[in-house]
Design a protein around this ligand. Structure first.
Ligand SMILES: [Zn+2]
Length: 286
């Protein structure tokens, strides 16, 4: 399918709205990898995956722009140096911009489980949402249903394990907040997408925080690194530690995102580590 199908999507008046974005006439289109992608808007921004690396991670983003038309234009126009494989619109429509076999440019400087070329190992999914800088609305249910269906398909086709469905903020905690603490990871997990445990209840306000130097901080850093986060083991609760704990909370303990490793944060992290598949635990423990 091509962009043209936006204009011919049927009699539904909402879908007869103006096309979201007109790609350059010389952009080659392609068949969507996902059967539920309604349209293809080819992006100029992609390359080859490094050393034949096959994708085994899904990285979720929000677009973080005031309107989706602008976001699509940015992700598809040559020269912006950014792209994603998919964009999920607020109404649940799914647009594919880069073939899954290719390396889209969505992660930037990032790291997970010791790997730094995250673009080569991942499929990037942009979710239309204005983000923290523009009021950060809730994600509509039908948009989340579309994200779940898209991810389930990718996981099946590509063999992506649940613990490798991640947030952009997980792999780039010092730079990124997306898709943020309003993203309903628990709903995804209920449908078999992503790794999740019920967060431990928030209790006392005390906990490890900025400036602390102790073995407990070292243990925390080691646990975060075992899970996959890129964090140096220093024993000091430095700014990097605060950023990584904040990213962890946005994903796994979203009721309070403050960068303080309280009891609830520590227990939730230990529960996640304990519930990783055995073979992953063995690698992480090395
Ligand atoms: Zn992002």
């Amino acid at each position: 399918m091509s962009l043209g199908s936006f204009a011919s999507a049927g009699t539904d008046s909402k879908r007869r709205a103006a096309p979201l974005f007109r790609p350059l006439a010389d952009m080659k289109t392609f068949s969507p990898d996902s059967s539920i992608a309604s349209d293809v808007i080819p992006s100029a921004n992609f390359g080859e995956r490094g050393k034949g690396r096959l994708p085994d991670m899904i990285l979720l983003h929000y677009t973080g722009m005031p309107d989706v038309e602008g976001a699509i234009a940015r992700l598809c126009t040559a020269g912006t140096d950014v792209s994603a494989h998919y964009i999920v619109l607020e109404d649940g429509r799914i647009v594919q911009c880069v073939p899954e076999a290719k390396r889209a440019w969505h992660a930037g400087v990032a790291s997970w489980a010791g790997e730094e070329d995250i673009n080569s190992c991942s499929i990037g999914v942009e979710i239309a949402n204005r983000g923290h800088d523009w009021g950060y609305p809730e994600y509509p249910l039908r948009q989340i249903a579309a994200v779940i269906a898209l991810c389930r398909g990718i996981m099946l086709r590509r063999g992506v394990p649940s613990h490798r469905v991640l947030a952009h903020s997980d792999v780039a905690p010092s730079r990124k907040k997306d898709p943020g603490e309003k993203f309903p990871w628990h709903s995804l997990a209920n449908s078999g997408v992503g790794h999740w445990v019920q967060p431990a209840p928030i209790g006392r306000a005390d906990g490890l925080k900025s400036g602390t130097i102790s073995d407990a901080v070292r243990d925390l850093q080691q646990a975060l690194a075992r899970y996959g986060y890129g964090i140096p083991i220093t024993g000091k609760y430095d700014s990097t530690t605060t950023e990584v704990v904040t990213a962890f909370q946005r994903h796994f303990r979203p009721a309070r995102v403050d960068g303080v490793a309280d009891h609830s944060t520590l227990v939730t992290l230990q529960s996640l580590l304990a519930s990783l598949p055995a073979e992953v635990k063995a690698v992480a423990a090395r």
